[in-house]
Each structure stands twice: as structure tokens, then as C-alpha cells.
Design a protein. Structure first.
Length: 132
């Protein structure tokens, strides 16, 4: 199965997205859900408007879509599920700094992005080890 990687970034007024590894897939929307729908529409447009031999290889057979969110998009998308206080405990980054990232007052350095990513992955591993 092919994997299509979609990078989602938050701008001031909307989200935009592009495929990191599949030419011709671009999307935008007022929410991440809108972006996901627009990605599907972009793939459908390629399939409907181009002959099969011009399709990117990734969409010629079964594929899955993986979304990569920038820090601001992630914080915005999951703010209804995770508090900044909880994220501070998970990542070790204080709430004020996370709020700055969320509200686009500052951009995280690469080291901070890695720290957020590592904290979230460790938290996800813990959740996967829980049995009810």
C-alpha cells in the first residue's frame, strides 16, 4: 500500500496543505477537517481529469494518507482534547510558550518541535499499554 504524506500548516486565516511525496496534491480550508476533504477532492480531480498514465504512482493503487501537522496546527486541532497544562506535563514545555505557539506569537525551534514530538510519542506508548 502506498503512503501519501500531507503536510498541514496553519496560516493566519486558514490551513493549507501539500503532499510531501505525491505531485499535484494541494489543499486548503478553514479547519483541518476541511483540508482533509479538500485533499480527497484533489485526488479525485486528478483521477477525473487526467489519463491514468499521468496520475502520480501513489494513487494508482491502494493508498493511505498520513498527515503531518506543524505545531500550531496540532495545538489548534487538539485543543478541545488536551489542555496546555496537560501538554506541559507531557512535553516539559511551559504553558505560556505552548500558548505562544498556538496563537502564532512565536514559532518553535527545531529542538522544541522534537521535544513536543517525543513527549507525545511517549504518551501515546503509555496509552497503548493500557487495558480496560
Amino acid at each position: 500500500m502506498e503512503k501519501i504524506i500531507i503536510v498541514v500548516e496553519k496560516s493566519k486565516d486558514y490551513y493549507d496543505a501539500y503532499s510531501e511525496n505525491c505531485d499535484g496534491i494541494y489543499a486548503a480550508g478553514g479547519s483541518i477537517e476541511d483540508v482533509k476533504k479538500d485533499v480527497e477532492s484533489a485526488i479525485a480531480a486528478i483521477k477525473n481529469n487526467l489519463p491514468r498514465e499521468q496520475w502520480p504512482d501513489q494513487i494508482k493503487s491502494d493508498y493511505e494518507i498520513e498527515y503531518k501537522l506543524d505545531v500550531q496546527s496540532f495545538l489548534e486541532y487538539y485543543k478541545g482534547y488536551m489542555s496546555l497544562s496537560g501538554l506541559e506535563k507531557i512535553t516539559g514545555i511551559n504553558q505560556k510558550q505552548l500558548s505562544n505557539y498556538l496563537n502564532n506569537r512565536s514559532k518553535p525551534r527545531r529542538k522544541q518541535v522534537e521535544k513536543i514530538n517525543e513527549g507525545l510519542r511517549n504518551f501515546a506508548k503509555e496509552l497503548l499499554n493500557i487495558t480496560l
